[in-house]
Design a protein around this ligand. Structure first.
Ligand code: PEP
Ligand code: MN
Length: 362
């Protein structure tokens, strides 16, 4: 909430309000007061962060020294481009391989490619193919969120083991989806490099808090039925844990278009890049659900100014445990796609730099 005080408030009165807010576990960011007015006429304002109940809001609003209490709306300050000033890169360390990856902040387009579901025989060749074709991260699900309980649910811990053994061979950092708070420790045990939260968990606040607490880079996928406002508020649960390493992923929505598996949300790349300072990734596989859609949608995402692309690949899609129909299996095609996307992305990023957009790494 934002607290606006009455003109003439004494420092003792303001200290008393601060003491109460701190007692409630809230954080205060003092605003120095409106400039250009003499000290005693100054309008003091505090930004207050933390979970504020209606009762707390009412109590503060009823104080004599308080003029009004305004709820915080709009883009959360933690992610706000306007507040933070520049697009920031997220650094993805690679302690089990070679070379960290920087995503966002004007760095070359990152490509996260790998199997939809980790399997025993094809994860290694698929991830090797992805690397040869130019990917700089591998994706692979050990825990799969499935609509029906009769569908394959992932190899679970065995899948994590395979993913991390394959990582040793390939040398790229890995992205994998955590489905449940109970599994976060296991992901830490295997030192998964980027924790993905899926579309179905987009408002699972407890999970977002737990992955946020790890400090690991988090690939937050927007909920397929959530507005951007809801998505940004949910993603802020990660950042509120003191974790700045948030990567925002668009992956299509439930919509009225029936051409693809999901209705594309490509225009939101543009909207988001004006709103938030976090890297933005587009999932070209789960948005389209079709191999034939991947290349062109990737072109559009790169042209829209995305910082990364995530995609399914598999060297033998007929043996894939999940989503084989949308996996790219041809190495030559994959290399051409990735190179083409990077060319488009470089052109667009150069243009926006020329137009004066500031870029920075944290
Ligand atoms: C996935 O990336 O494997 C996945 C299931 O994605 P989503 O949550 O976007 O459906
Ligand atoms: Mn999939």
């Amino acid at each position: 909430m934002i607290i606006q005080y009455n003109v003439g408030i004494s420092s003792e009165q303001r200290d008393a309000v601060h003491a109460k807010l701190k007692e409630w576990g809230l954080r205060i960011k003092e605003n120095p007061g409106e400039l250009g007015v003499s000290a005693q006429d100054r309008i003091y304002v505090d930004n207050v962060f933390g979970a504020v109940s209606d009762a707390m809001r009412r109590e503060i609003a009823s104080l004599d020294c308080v003029k009004k209490v305004i709820p915080i709306e709009g883009v959360p300050q933690n992610l706000s481009l306007r507040r933070r000033g520049v697009h920031h890169a997220v650094r993805i360390p690679n302690p089990h391989g070679h070379g960290e990856v920087l995503i966002g902040g004007g760095y070359p387009l990152a490509v996260m490619a790998g199997v939809c579901a980790v399997d025993k025989d094809y994860t290694l060749p698929s991830h090797q193919m992805a690397k040869r074709a130019g990917a700089n991260l591998n994706r692979g699900g050990a825990y799969k969120p499935r609509t029906s309980p009769y569908d394959f649910q992932g190899l679970k811990e065995d899948g994590l083991k395979i993913l991390c053994e394959v990582r040793k061979e390939v040398g790229l950092p890995v992205v994998s989806e955590v489905l449940d708070v109970r599994d976060v420790d296991l992901f830490m045990k295997y030192d998964v490099d980027v924790l993905q939260t899926g579309t179905r968990n987009a408002q699972n606040f407890e999970l977002l808090i737990e992955v946020g607490r790890t400090g690991k880079p988090v690939l937050y996928k927007r909920g397929f039925s959530n507005t951007i406002d809801e998505s940004l508020k949910a993603a802020n649960y990660v950042m509120e844990q003191g974790n700045d390493n948030l990567i925002f992923c668009l992956r299509g929505m439930k919509g009225i278009g029936h051409s693809f598996r999901n209705q594309g949300d490509l225009d939101e790349i543009v909207a988001l890049s004006h709103l938030i300072d976090r890297p933005i990734v587009y999932d070209v596989s789960h948005s389209t659900g079709r191999k034939s859609g991947v290349w062109s949608v990737g072109n559009m995402a790169a042209a829209g100014g995305v910082d990364g692309i995530i995609m399914d690949v598999h060297t033998s899609p007929q043996h894939a445990l999940v989503d084989g129909f949308q996996a790219i299996d041809n190495e030559e095609e994959l290399s051409a796609m990735i190179a083409g996307w990077r060319q488009i992305s470089a052109l667009v990023k150069t243009q926006s730099k020329e137009q004066g957009r500031k870029l920075a790494v944290k």
